[in-house]
Design a protein around this ligand. Sequence first.
Ligand code: ATP
Length: 216
Amino acid sequence: MYLKSLELAGFKSFGKKSVLQFTTPISSIVGPNGSGKSNIAEAFRFVLGEQSIKSMRGKKTEDLIFNGANTTARSNRASVKLTFDNHSRFLNIDFDEVTLERVIYRDSLSEYYINGTQVRLKDIVELLSGAHVGASGHHIISQGEADRILNANPRERRDMIEDTLGLKIYKYKKEESEKKLTKTEENLMQVESLRREVAPHLKFLKKQVEKIEKIF
Ligand code: ATP
């Protein structure tokens, strides 16, 4: 059994820190309408690196942060921690227990942590990709969404297949490399224009050197 616990603090309706321990192979979360069951499913997506706020029923990042209730003040930070048992090394990292954490603040980008060490989203994607887990959500089926997979458009289907095959990280790396290539092309153009700019001056200096060499 891989999943050990999920901790929510300030995420959506979870203003106070709440910890769910998964001690049985199958766990059910029950509660009255509106008590936050779907928010829990969304917390899984969130911590796995989901980038679409819409898929977590929000319009902006702030919608994912606890907005206050009758007796509790609103939070400025939302965090979700997901702990896996990694004795089988299904996650390619040399720890028996792996905790992924994602934190957001009202006015900043997401922070990601693996076992308490801050990492980039790319590291989370890479780690999960090796275990064929991703944020496309094909393994997280929310309420009323059972037909989402059947009705998925070709692009969404491709995302799910890529997640399952563990290809996401290569896609991510390809995008990063393309960005670097574009940047390098810009740099090359700048160097070329600088070279053209200094060329006449270089020519002049060369002639000066030749003249001086002739004198001596
Ligand atoms: P149902 O069974 O009706 O689908 P549910 O148990 O799945 O309900 P959710 O839809 O997960 O419940 O939770 C909805 C509740 O979460 C609503 O009461 C909503 O006000 C609350 N909620 C969502 N976002 C926030 C937020 N940022 N701050 C505070 N409360 C929030």
